[in-house]
Design a protein around this ligand. Structure first.
Ligand code: IMP
Length: 202
């Protein structure tokens, strides 16, 4: 069998599910997967999200819960992320989702009122299973909290996060493609995609 045909065949079986209710996260992941010729489908399923100091624990427990309660019968992954603000000792970190829903970007900017040290980072943890084993990948991006809400794209804290290695625009001022060149999630998912293509697990 020729290489191209073989590649096309492999392309068909290289398929995983991303368990997320967040369409923005899915769009980001889909774009990264396509760089590797992998296909990913959104699995819009309710999942257990425990409160913990550790993003890795949250992701692992969420994955284990889905494996037990709703296993889709094919490889899948979950992702958990958080914004860690240095001057606030890492707050909101693993509580980002709750904090965003309660006080939003304006509330965080209020907490940062008069704070000169604007350093922050986003961290993403991806937990993947082929049905038997679990593997975890992490990605991080350093940056700064802006002084005001900027941009229309993306979701969550994107309008107040300015990546250090960018051109001064906030994540919400970048296209998905541009955000993927820098983001915590793209880094974690790229590690997963690289592992999937090199280990030939799927
Ligand atoms: P989750 O628990 O992983 O869904 O994410 C926690 C919260 O962190 C989300 O509700 C968002 O507010 C925020 N967050 C995570 N990743 C990002 C991102 O890439 N951009 C902006 N906000 C994010």
């Amino acid at each position: 069998m020729g290489n191209r045909k073989e590649g096309a065949l492999l392309g068909k079986v290289r398929h995983v599910l991303f368990a997320t209710g967040n369409r923005h996260k899915f769009q980001e992941a889909e774009m990264v997967f396509s760089e590797y010729g992998l296909s990913v489908e959104r699995w819009d399923v309710k999942r257990l999200e425990i409160q913990s100091e550790s993003l890795e624990d949250i992701a692992r427990i969420s994955l284990a819960w889905l494996m037990r309660e709703a296993h889709p019968g094919c490889p899948f992954f979950v992702e958990d992320a958080g914004l860690f603000i240095e001057a606030l000792n890492g707050f909101p970190g693993p509580y980002s989702s709750y904090v965003f829903s309660k006080i939003g970007n304006k509330g965080v900017l209020k907490l940062m009122d008069g704070v000169k040290d604007r350093k922050a980072k986003f961290v993403s943890v991806v937990a993947f299973t082929n049905g038997e084993n679990v593997i975890v990948f992490k990605g991080e991006v350093s940056g700064f909290i802006s002084y005001n809400v900027r941009g229309e794209y993306g979701f969550g804290f994107d309008p107040i996060f300015i990546p250090e290695d960018g051109d001064g625009r906030s994540f919400a001022e970048l296209s998905v493609n541009e955000k993927n060149k820098l983001s915590h999630r793209a880094k974690a998912i790229r590690k997963l995609a690289e592992w999937l293509t090199s280990s030939k697990i799927i």
